[in-house]
Design a protein around this ligand. Structure first.
Ligand code: HEC
Length: 108
């Protein structure tokens, strides 16, 4: 795959500053899918909420690389709130996020 210098610079800036989105590498193919918008993630209820909530602080790749059970995702959310400064979630939003993550980023 030939990447232009400009594209490389954009990708590097995205990785370093989280501004250009995040990279998800598919192990079997040397394809970099950029998670720049909710549409880059699997369709489903809660997708927009997850994208905008979680990409406020860090690259979405940190999230989409993971495969966790609902319980472990719940622990991650608690950790985000208790240690990382994420705003506390109301029950409806929290469940929406957990449902989406557990459905699409579950353990193998
Ligand atoms: C207020 C900022 C903030 C928000 C909002 C936030 N995070 Fe984080 N998150 C962080 C910080 C800071 C780290 C890095 C913590 C570290 O590695 O010490 C992190 C790290 C992570 C990690 C990596 C854990 C690991 O194994 O290294 C995951 C997974 C994660 N966040 C998930 C989420 C999800 C899912 C959401 C949305 C529901 C979210 N975060 C929203 C601040 C935030």
């Amino acid at each position: 795959m030939i990447l232009s210098k400009r594209l490389l610079a954009v990708l590097a800036a995205g990785l370093l500053f989280g501004a250009g989105g995040s990279l998800v590498f598919e192990a079997d193919r040397a394809v970099a899918a950029i998670v720049n918008s909710p549409e880059d993630m699997p369709e489903g209820e809660g997708r927009d909420t997850v994208f905008y909530m979680c990409s406020a602080c860090h690259s979405m790749a940190i999230v989409t690389q993971q495969g966790l059970s609902r319980k472990r995702w719940a622990d991650v959310l608690d950790w985000m709130v208790e240690e990382q400064g994420m705003a506390e979630l109301d029950d409806v939003t929290r469940n929406e996020i957990l449902d989406y993550l557990a459905a699409h980023y579950d353990e193998e």
